[in-house]
Ligand binder design. Structure first.
Ligand code: MG
Length: 386
């Protein structure tokens, strides 16, 4: 079990549940980092007395520095401050829970410092999976998945990140709020409708990604890197009950799954206490007698074309997933601002990825460049179509 944690994205859904886990498990919080919600950040800092607080937004950071002047907490701000929080010396683990590709650099920096990464930021592996996994191997840094599906796969493998015995990874998806509807039926859905997730309570970006199924596409790519499997070895299953959080099929035909009440604090706690497990008093025990029948369906690729887009980029590799994910991030934010319809997310990402100038074995610099140009192309396209 770890002793001290740096939380990147502390005011978000995973971040606040991470704090709750630390309080219950007696783990010290060494550093907090967030974007701009300084009211919440100030309350967290006063409660936890971390050494360091980082604020991405400069103006907000300056205001927080004044607000916390009577405490011993050091406040830093600006885009680079996120990486500084990630490498806080006294922290032996980083909970990487910021949303978007902004999470990549801090994770890489912490890996270089041999810290454990409790990984909730999908884009880290989607954008630069090869580079990140290679760096973790070289530095002997542990990457423990926090995403519920990847944690379930990890647990089904006996808390290992890979095994020659894996025949197939069975990646489950709830199907989101629009399950059963066609692409046309969902085309004009509003942000409010798309933000109503049937089983999980999460941040806005990931909830929209769940509605388009892009979230499952990103998880597909993440799983390839984490568990060292090929795209052909991953099957996506729609499982509306969200009871089985994912499973593995092993070479002898056994299928091993992990089941629990849908509570994100469970995978967060495991990533912090690994290789041990600790009691989780607040969890709702899974009552097998009251479960609905376990039901699985194949995804409808026509209704949720974002999943296919992500799977294609996974097969292509190189800069393709990075470009697709960056375009998706910008398209989702445009949708949330009311600039494009729900169906426009897919259309925009498809058009940007189609025009992308592909590099097969990119360097980190080339990936950063891809991320930047994909965002610019996405915003330009959305502006042109308005
Ligand atoms: Mg997930």
């Amino acid at each position: 079990m770890i002793k001290s944690l740096s939380i990147l994205g502390s005011t978000g859904s995973i971040g606040t549940q991470g704090i709750s886990a630390c309080l219950d498990l007696g783990i010290r919080v060494a550093a907090l980092a967030a974007g701009r919600d300084i009211k919440k950040l100030e309350a967290q800092a006063r409660q936890l007395s971390p050494e360091l607080v980082s604020v991405y937004d400069e103006a907000a950071g300056k205001a927080l520095k004044i607000a916390l002047a009577d405490t011993n907490t050091k406040v830093i701000y600006g885009p680079g401050s996120l990486t500084e929080a990630a490498v806080t010396e006294s922290a032996d683990c980083v909970l990487a829970a910021v949303s978007g590709s902004v999470g990549l650099e801090p994770s890489l920096a912490a890996i270089s410092e041999k810290k454990r990464i409790a990984l909730a930021n999908k884009e880290t592996l989607v954008c630069a999976g090869e580079i990140v996994m290679e760096s973790a191997r070289k530095n002997g840094a542990e990457i423990i998945p926090v995403d519920s599906e990847h944690s379930a796969i990890f647990q089904s493998l006996g808390c290992r990140l890979g095994s020659p015995e894996i025949e197939q990874i069975l990646l489950t998806a709830s199907g989101g709020p629009f399950r059963g509807m066609s692409f046309e039926e969902t085309y004009k859905k509003t942000p409010a409708e798309a933000l109503k997730h049937p089983s999980w309570s999460m941040g806005a970006k990931i909830t929209i990604d769940s509605a388009t199924m892009m979230n499952k596409g990103l998880e597909f790519i993440e799983a390839m890197h984490l568990f060292g499997v090929s795209p052909e070895q991953i099957e996506v299953l729609i499982h509306p009950g969200s009871v089985v959080h994912s499973a593995v099929r092993l070479c002898d035909g056994s299928v091993i799954a992990q089941m629990a009440s849908p509570d994100m604090e469970l995978p967060i706690r495991l990533a912090l206490t690994y290789p041990d497990r600790k009691p989780f008093p607040a969890v709702t025990p899974l009552d097998l007698f009251s479960l609905p029948d376990l039901h699985f369906e194949r995804p409808d690729s026509e209704a949720t074309p974002c999943l296919g887009l992500a799977m294609d980029s996974a097969k292509k590799g190189g800069t393709a997933p990075c470009c697709m994910s960056a375009a998706n991030e910008e398209a989702v934010h445009s949708f949330l601002r009311g600039e494009i319809p729900f169906g426009g997310i897919y259309e925009t990402v498809a058009e940007v990825t189609e025009k992308h100038s592909f590099i097969k074995n990119p360097t980190l610099e080339e990936l950063k460049e891809t991320d930047k140009s994909a965002r610019e192309d996405t915003l330009a396209l959305i502006k042109k179509n308005r």
